[in-house]
Unconditional design. Structure first.
Lengths: 324, 257
């Protein structure tokens, strides 16, 4: 069926591209970065559902990533439990925490919600720094075991890359399915006009909470993957700066754009990595890059690229607003 | 007049600070009626709609819709009870297509949740097909058959946006449809077609309560009229009775026409 081909072709291409990437980049460092991009993509997908689609800002998303990472660290390193339990628990705790704080927080709107989630991120970060008995404080927790199936361990950059890629592709597929459904329309309706959504029968408070829980769960999952990927977690990774980076990934890739999440996560992760050499100037350069992209591609990288491709005649047909 | 009541307001009161916007208002709408709510600017007509649909909480009184008390319930519950509405300043989902807008209107007619949507289950796909078909029917019903369903809602002309909003409301298969100034901003020709459409909707079994400033339209299509002034009901009856009522002429028609 034509519709199915149109729906699943991009995913097929993404699977092929993800599978072929190690043959192209080869170096372990590049694969390590690719896995980091994939992990960020999972967080950004959840944040994009929340921000880009449902229109609810979160400036504290790093908190949920941190919860996932510390859950995996504590269960795997301190308690010696299977990393898979850590992964499941990390995602579950991220979702649970989002559900718990979401009930009061999501009563706030617009700038107030931004302030509220900002506060959440800061409180969570302070807890990570100060609650030394649990988190190891500034020293952190090391010796987190790698994920493994039977005797096969996802240790090493190539194996971890493939595992992360599988999770990313699954998350992409599910996010895209959600958007093109009754649930996705309800989320976009909340963004478009909350009062019109409500009188159309959409329980806006419930959808906001559900998508917040989903974004928290994805962030927690990503945090767990991160912990098992690096084998070490420390509070510096989950501060305010990371929360802002995640928002930048959403906006840079493109609000309300699934594939933009990959581009945004990729661009920001690579830029941040390459600017390390510039040390204190890196923030300035990073800001300048952002300004330039926003001036020339205000709808984000993905829209910018697809529109350019359309102008060049590479792709025909109208784009439905629900897609991409 | 044995038709059952679809909507009943009992001494409904709404205050904004010191201002009494709606004062102990009572009236009923019976099944199959087209009823109009008229009154000078600031009489509280839109406020009444916002009270019926749960957008504002009441300060006093009760509202019953389709046999259940709806006052005190959130808007989405009122909608689930079979009450749909349009807005004076068209409230479409501008970030969505024409068809998607109408499909949101059918939200209460479906049940797919996050899990069903994530995995695109068979039940979900069947439901999607049904909703899309229903949305197409509504598009035809309001006379937008020639509009591309994949167009962004905000790219439509204003008159078309009004009709699209009505299609979205109808997709909910409501028992009661509230139209807030449906003719505002429409040309004379469009208003004539609107009158036909409202009658057709009524003939399909949807009870209609409307607010409008276009007296010709109101007098022509309404079975009954409620006249509001400063939040109080000053008269109620057939359009013909209202045109002769001295209080109405003094408060409203006398000033406007």
């Amino acid at each position: 069926m034509g519709g199915n081909v149109r729906r699943y072709l991009p995913f097929l291409l993404a699977v092929v591209a993800a599978a072929a990437l190690p043959a192209v980049v080869r170096s372990g460092y590049a694969l390590h970065l690719a896995a980091a991009i994939g992990i960020n993509t999972i967080v950004v997908l959840g944040l994009n559902l929340l921000m880009g689609y449902a229109g609810q800002v979160s400036l504290g998303q790093a908190a949920f990533v941190g919860v996932g990472a510390y859950t995996s660290a504590i269960l795997g390193s301190h308690l010696g439990l299977s990393p898979w339990i850590g992964l499941a628990a990390g995602a579950a705790l991220g979702a649970l925490m989002a559900g718990a704080v979401g009930v009061p927080l999501l009563k706030l709107r617009g700038h107030y919600l931004a302030m509220g989630t900002l506060g959440l991120g800061m409180i969570a970060h302070i807890a990570m720094v100060q609650w030394e008995g649990l988190t190891g404080g500034t020293i952190g927790i090391g010796g987190i075991p790698a994920l493994s199936v039977g005797g096969f361990s996802f240790h090493g950059d190539l194996r971890m890359y493939y595992l992360v890629a599988a999770f990313v592709l699954l998350a992409l597929l599910m996010a895209s399915n959600i958007i093109d459904s009754r649930v996705g329309r309800a989320l976009r309706a909340v963004h478009g006009s909350e009062v019109a959504a409500e009188v159309s029968g959409v329980d806006t408070a419930r959808y906001k909470l559900q998508v917040f829980i989903l974004s928290g769960g994805l962030a927690g999952l990503a945090g767990s993957l991160y912990a098992h990927h690096t084998g070490y977690v420390n509070c510096d990774s989950f501060g305010f700066a990371y929360s802002i980076q995640l928002v930048v990934m959403v906006v840079l890739g493109g609000m309300a754009s699934i594939w933009g999440a990959v581009l945004g996560a990729g661009a920001v992760t690579l830029i941040a990595e390459n600017l390390r050499a510039f040390q204190e100037f890196s923030t300035v350069i990073f800001g300048a890059v952002l300004v330039l992209v926003m001036v020339f591609l205000p709808a984000g990288l993905w829209r910018g690229i697809t529109e350019m491709a359309q102008r060049l005649g590479l792709s025909g047909g109208r784009r439905r607003s629900g897609e991409a | 007049m044995a038709e059952p009541t679809v909507l009943e307001l009992r001494k409904v009161t709404k205050r904004f600070g010191g201002l009494v916007a709606v004062d102990a208002l009572s009236f009923t709408v019976r099944r199959g009626q087209i009823k109009a709510l008229i009154g000078p600017n600031g009489a509280g007509k839109t406020t009444v709609f916002n009270l019926i649909t749960g957008v504002y909480p009441l300060n006093g009184g009760e509202i019953w819709a389709a046999g259940r008390r709806t006052s005190g319930q959130p808007s989405h519950r009122v909608a689930a009870q079979g009450v749909a509405r349009t807005f004076q300043n068209v409230e479409l989902f501008g970030n969505m297509t024409v068809l998607e807008n109408i499909m949101v209107g059918a939200h209460t007619q479906a049940r797919t949740g996050f899990v069903g949507a994530s995995f695109r289950t068979r039940a979900m796909r069947l439901e999607e097909a049904r909703l899309a078909q229903r949305a197409q029917q509504c598009l035809h019903l309001v006379g937008l058959a020639e509009v591309e369903p994949d167009r962004e809602a905000y790219s439509l002309a204003f008159g078309q946006q009004r009709l699209l909003e009505m299609a979205r409301a109808l997709a909910a298969e409501p028992k009661l449809l509230l139209l807030d100034e449906p003719a505002a901003g429409l040309s004379t020709r469009e208003t004539v077609r609107l009158a036909e459409l409202v009658r057709r909707v009524r003939d399909l079994g949807v009870t209609v309560l409307l607010v409008d400033h276009d007296m010709d339209l109101v007098m022509q299509i309404s079975d009954e009229v409620v006249v509001l002034d400063h939040g109080e009901k000053i008269a109620e009856g057939t359009p013909r009775e209202m045109q002769r009522d001295p209080r109405v002429i003094a408060a409203y028609l006398g000033e406007e026409t």
